[in-house]
Design a protein around this ligand. Structure first.
Ligand code: NAP
Ligand code: G4F
Length: 353
């Protein structure tokens, strides 16, 4: 009988970790995941997958660990002997990386090294494949448009710089030790499971609350930044496909379309059927909606970053050609789903209260 493949996911409690777990379970993997100890529950995105430790032949198994703790990383890998490791663990907020740069480097740069070193140290070069969650933030102050695998990096935040280290150490271990190690260079991807402080989720949550009369104003930073936004469900498929190739390579994953933050706000308002108009420009921009007395969106300069990535736009031709990767969501269907799930969850909360 064919044995089930074993995957180990660092960052299983995050947005991507939860969708990747669902995908791998559907493909009959046994999924192991690393969770951090926390004073409150941090497993809301994976609670629906949880299996009681007392049942036999579990397919979903969680382990306590931390990407900043070499011994825990190494001992979990040795215990599980996984076929595939997905390193999704990171301090993933760009603005926060300016506040905690050293921790960001420890988790996002050296964290990747810790996993690669454990694969090498335990002689798993021929057994364990490695996926590194790279990012379009590495392109930062972009040197060409659109960005592809050969575009040089110019990171603009401690987060971006840490991820550039992780990118190159992955290539270094691939070339030095013949480890199947690949980098996904993923552009922004969102969903209803996105953390509440990322701009798409923050906008959807606040505008839905305003519509339901639960909030007055949404405060945002730079409205002119352009991003290439996809759906996380599409992007985890690309991660898995990279790991099934004959040779480990690096791939850009993006939609090839970009919108400003302001356009994203407008699309959400349209989805909510709220009639809007903007007044002022730049830091003085304000958005008004018919039937609401006060401004519903305003700019707060506290949300500006010390450095901004003004524009990101990806070219994923290589992934489409070699991985046969396909996109199922566009910006409209992404927003439609995010709005619909946000409204349901807010209405549910109201009922409970
Ligand atoms: P996310 O929702 O912020 O999830 C990050 C995950 O990393 C969480 O499970 C978090 O655990 C875990 N983590 C953080 N620090 C850790 C530590 N010290 N030890 C162990 N685990 C730790 O991020 P995401 O959106 O799913 O993104 C997944 C990965 O892709 C990240 O590496 C991110 O940088 C990268 N990426 C994301 C995007 C995007 O647009 N979403 C684009 C490109 C690249 P807790 O739940 O305990 O906090
Ligand atoms: O949603 P964001 O915080 O995402 P950002 O900085 O692009 O980073 C995300 O995508 C990266 C891939 O490119 C990932 F690697 C990273 O882990 C993360 O998932 O901000 C998007 C844009 C920025 O230009 C920001 O300045 O929105 C602008 N923005 C405007 N107002 C805001 C806000 N961002 C946030 N978070 N909050 C605001 O109020």
């Amino acid at each position: 009988m064919k044995r089930n493949k074993k995957a180990l996911i660092f960052g299983i409690t995050g947005q991507d970790g939860s969708y990747l777990s669902e995908l791998l379970l559907k493909k009959n993997y046994v999924v192991h995941g690393v969770i951090r100890r926390s004073s409150s529950f941090n497993t809301s995105r994976i609670n629906h997958l949880y299996q009681d430790p007392h049942i036999n032949n579990r397919k979903f198994i969680l382990h306590y660990g931390d990407i900043t703790d070499s011994i825990s990383v190494s001992s979990i890998i040795k215990k599980i002997l996984p076929d595939e490791i997905y390193n999704l663990a990171a301090q993933s907020h760009v603005a926060v990386s300016f506040e905690v740069p050293e921790y960001t480097a420890n988790a996002d740069a050296i964290g990747s090294l810790r996993i690669l070193e454990a694969i090498r140290f335990h002689n798993l070069q021929n057994k364990t494949k490695f996926y590194q969650a790279g990012t379009s933030e590495m392109y930062g102050k972009v040197i060409e448009v659109p960005q592809k695998e050969t575009t040089p990096f110019y990171p603009r935040s401690p987060y971006g710089v840490a991820k550039v280290y992780a990118h190159w150490i992955t290539i270094n271990y691939r070339e030095a030790y013949d480890i199947f190690a690949c980098n996904g260079i993923l552009f922004n991807h969102e969903s209803s499971r996105r953390g509440g402080t990322f701009v798409t989720k923050k906008i959807v949550n606040a505008l839905c609350k305003i519509k339901l009369d639960l909030q007055k104003t949404l405060y945002l930073g730079n409205l002119e930044a352009k991003r290439d936004w996809g759906h996380a469900k599409d992007y985890v498929v690309a991660m898995w496909k990279m790991m099934q190739q004959k040779k480990p390579k690096d791939y850009v994953i993006a939609t090839g379309k970009q919108y400003t933050v302001k356009q994203f706000v407008n699309l959400v308002l349209k989805e909510l059927k709220m009639e809007y108009s903007w007044k002022g420009t730049g830091i003085n921009s304000k958005c008004f909606v018919k039937g609401f007395k006060n401004k519903i969106v305003s700019v707060d300069k506290n949300y500006f970053r010390p450095l901004e990535v003004d524009t990101l736009l990806g070219n994923s031709s290589k992934a489409k050609r070699e991985l046969k990767w396909k996109i199922n969501y566009n910006i409209k269907s992404l927003i439609k789903e995010m709005v619909s799930e946000e409204l349901s969850s807010l209405k549910n909360d109201k009922k409970i209260r």
